[in-house]
Design a protein around this ligand. Sequence first.
Ligand SMILES: NC(=O)C1=CN([C@@H]2O[C@H](COP(=O)(O)OP(=O)(O)OC[C@H]3O[C@@H](n4cnc5c(N)ncnc54)[C@H](O)[C@@H]3O)[C@@H](O)[C@H]2O)C=CC1
Ligand SMILES: CC(C)CC(=O)C(=O)O
Ligand SMILES: [Mg+2]
Length: 372
Amino acid sequence: MTAHDTPAAARAFNIVVLPGDGVGPEVALAAQRVLTCIGDIYGHRFDFTEHLIGGAAIDAVGESLPEETKAACIASDAVLLGAVGGPKWDGAPVRPEQGLLAIRKAMGLYANLRPLQVSPVLAHRSPLKKEIVEGVDLIVFRELTSGVYFGERTRTETSASDLCVYTVEEIERVARAAFQAAEQRRGKVTSVDKANVMETSRLWREVVTRIHAEEYPQITLEHALVDSMAMHLIRKPRDYDVILTENMFGDILSDEISVLGGSIGLLPSASLGANGPGLFEPIHGSAPDIAGQDLANPVGMVLSAAMMLRHSFQLEDEADSIEAAVAAVLASGAVTADLGGALGTVSATRAIVDAIRAIHWAAARHVPMHWA
Ligand SMILES: NC(=O)C1=CN([C@@H]2O[C@H](COP(=O)(O)OP(=O)(O)OC[C@H]3O[C@@H](n4cnc5c(N)ncnc54)[C@H](O)[C@@H]3O)[C@@H](O)[C@H]2O)C=CC1
Ligand SMILES: CC(C)CC(=O)C(=O)O
Ligand SMILES: [Mg+2]
C-alpha cells in the first residue's frame, strides 16, 4: 500500500489568488490547473478566489493593495501570487510593487524561503559549467518585511534617501528560521551581510552570532560579505546549504543563483510568518518582455504551489507529486523557450498535469516509472 493508493482525509482550502501583472496571470493559472489536478487525485477541494493587486489594482481602483484584497488574504488559508509591475506604471504616483511590499508586511511574512536544486539531468541547461552546478542544493532565507525596502524614503530636487533599519527582534526571528531549516538539512548556515561598511549589517552579524551560540551551537555558522558572496555563489555554489540574509541582499542574490539552474522561471518561493497564512510566488517578476505571449515558464509558480501544500497545509505526498512531475517533465526535455525548448506556458503546464496523473497511476499499480 502506498500513499497514492488511498487519498488522505479530504480537506477543503480557501486559496486567494493574486494574478497581478505581466506574466503573473499566465503562471497563476498554471498553478491553479496543477492544484485542481492534485485535488481530483487526492480528494481535496481547493477553492480559488481572485483579487486585485499591483498595476491591475491601480488601473481598476487606483491603489496597489485594495483593502478587500488585504482582508481576503488575511482571512485565507494561503495566498498564491503571480507577479506585479511593468513599464506601464513606471512613472505612476503609486507603484505596483508597493502593493506587494504592503501585503507582505500586513501578513507578517518575515521569512522568504527560496530553494534551488540542480539535478544532474538539468545541469546542462545552465549557462555555467555542468561540473560547477551539478548537485547544487541550497535555500536562501531572506528577511522580507524590513530593511531598506521598508525604510523612510525622501526625495528633493537634488537628492534622495532610503533608510535601512533593522531591529534585534527582526533579525532574531529570521535567524531562528534559518537555523531550524539547517537542522533538517546539511547543518550549515552562511549569513550574508556588509558588516565592513553598514551598521545594520554589524547588528545583523552580532545577533546571528549570538542566536547561533545560545540556541544552535551544533550548526556550522559562517559569515560572508555580500560582494564576495555574489562571486562565490557562481564559483562554488555546492559549498552552500542555508543562506541567511537581509531583504535586499536576498532579493539580488536569489536572482543571481537562478542562473545556476538555467532560468529564473524555475525558482519558487514561500513567504511565511509566525502564524497565519503564507504567500507563495515565483521569485521572478512580471517579465513584461514576454507577457501575453504564452512564453512564461510556469515551473517557478507551480513549485510555489507545491511549497504551499507542504508548508501551509502539511500535504507532503501531494507536494512530492508535483515536484516529481516537474522533475520528470524537465528531464524529458518538455520545456519552455527560456530553457531552449518549444513549449508554451499552457502546454508546459499540461505536461506537468499529465505527468502527475501518470506518476500517480503508476504508483497506484506499482508500475516502475523509469522516466520519473
Ligand atoms: N514578485 C514580483 O512581483 C516582482 C516584480 N518585479 C517587477 O517585474 C517587472 C519586471 O522586472 P525585471 O527586472 O524585468 O525582472 P523579471 O523577473 O520580470 O524578468 C527578468 C528576465 O527574466 C525573464 N523571466 C522572468 N520570469 C520568467 C518566466 N517565468 N519564464 C521565462 N522567462 C522569465 C524575463 O523575460 C526577463 O528577461 C518590474 O516592474 C519589477 O518591479 C520584479 C521582481 C519581483
Ligand atoms: C517588491 C518586489 C518587486 C521585490 C522583488 O524583486 C522580490 O521580492 O523578488
Ligand atoms: Mg526580486
